[in-house]
Design a protein around this ligand. Structure first.
Ligand code: FAD
Ligand code: OAA
Length: 322
């Protein structure tokens, strides 16, 4: 979407093996709380988060908010022992960040310290459909197709942007990229209005527009997309211990996704060449557990790299096909 906005005269297609509701993005809890990428400088991660927050904040403050599934949510991140980083790098991007008061902490007898703030939450399947509608409105073609080799796209396209998530492991042979399997539950508990996250990342309760998302689980290296009943019971029991009223929650739906884990997001230009011919590629994958929190910021950087590719192409830039 970012590319189609920046280069409206370039024909643009999105090819995907799966569209919503069958992507990792559809499984995401959709909370704007960054996860740190050890291989990416903090100021870059902060910029990506800031741009994403600003973009979604504007949507949440418009008539589009309910259709796009985006809303503000306040709550707490609680810790058994205070973290090294009591004031994380993203504290001045979210709204009203402060240490929790003693009165608030009384709600969490197993925790000693916490952060209170307001952030954004997205119901990801409606958001993805909203993005698709905007793409179509900008004249972008959406095609279901599995790409076996980026080079096969050269006959039809001048520039390729690779946003294949965990699929990049096979597509470009990236051994640094691994799946981290995650399972979440969606329950009906409309009385819950605040988010709660255990600071160790193990357990979270995120109220959305239509349901509350309960998590989490993290299994490195697992490719299984089948729900695991023992994990469902474990998530539910951990969430009930943080928020006892959940014992009355109804209608559990289970979702599983594979986080594309990597030490750093691969956001990079590469020129593939075979037999004297070239294909410029922009990679934008490896967003791990925090892809939703930085998606607009990383898309903007990918768009800047696409601009470099177009400028480098011989001939007229407006004839480039993406
Ligand atoms: C349980 C869980 C909870 C999460 N919660 C949050 C959260 O609260 N906040 C947050 O910021 N992040 C969260 N995330 C992380 C977030 O979901 C991911 O970082 C993000 O979805 C990655 O997006 P992506 O577009 O790179 O990958 P995907 O969503 O996997 O999209 C990749 C696309 O590429 C296509 N594709 C792959 N290979 C090929 C190929 N060879 N040919 C054609 N198409 C291909 C796929 O079909 C798909 O359409 C969570 C993830 C999980 C699993
Ligand atoms: O950790 C969280 O708050 C939610 C999340 O991003 C995940 O499960 O990957």
């Amino acid at each position: 979407l970012c590319i189609s906005e920046a280069f409206p005269s370039c024909p643009l297609s999105v090819l995907a093996e799966q569209f919503s509701p069958n992507t990792t993005g559809d499984v995401a809890a959709g909370m704007l709380i960054p996860h740190t990428y050890p291989g990416t400088p903090i100021h870059v991660q902060k910029q990506w988060f800031k741009e994403t927050f600003a973009y979604l904040f504007a949507i949440s403050n418009s008539a589009e908010a309910s259709e796009a599934g985006i809303h503000l949510v306040s709550g707490w991140q609680v810790f058994k022992t205070p973290p090294k980083d009591e004031v994380p790098f993203w504290s001045d991007v979210v709204l009203g960040f402060r240490p929790m008061s003693a009165a608030e902490l009384q709600k969490f007898p197993q925790h000693r310290w916490g952060q209170a703030f307001t952030t954004l939450k997205c119901d990801c399947p409606p958001y993805l459909l909203w993005l698709e509608r905007r793409l179509r409105a900008n004249g972008v073609q959406l095609r279901t197709s599995k790409v076996a080799d980026l080079w096969e796209l050269r006959s039809e396209y001048d520039v390729v942007v690779n946003c294949t998530g965990v699929g990049a492991q096979q597509l470009v042979g990236d051994r640094e990229l691994l799946p981290t399997r995650g399972q979440v539950l969606q329950v009906h508990a409309p009385w819950l209005k605040h988010f709660i996250r255990d600071g160790d990342g193990s357990t979270y309760i995120y109220p959305g527009i239509h349901s509350v998302t309960l998590g989490g689980s993290r299994e490195k290296g697992s490719w299984s997309l089948s729900p695991d009943p023992a994990t469902t019971r474990d998530i539910f029991s951990r969430c009930c211990s943080l928020e006892p009223s959940l014992q009355r929650a109804e209608g559990v739906r289970v979702k599983v996704g594979l986080r594309p884990s990597r030490s750093a997001v691969r956001l990079q230009r590469e020129v593939l060449s075979r037999g004297g011919a070239e294909l410029p590629v922009v990679h934008n994958y490896g967003h791990g557990a925090g892809g939703f929190s930085v998606h607009r910021g990383t898309a903007k950087e990918a768009t800047r790299l696409v601009g470099e590719c177009i400028a480098a192409l011989r001939g007229s830039s407006c004839r480039a096909k993406l």
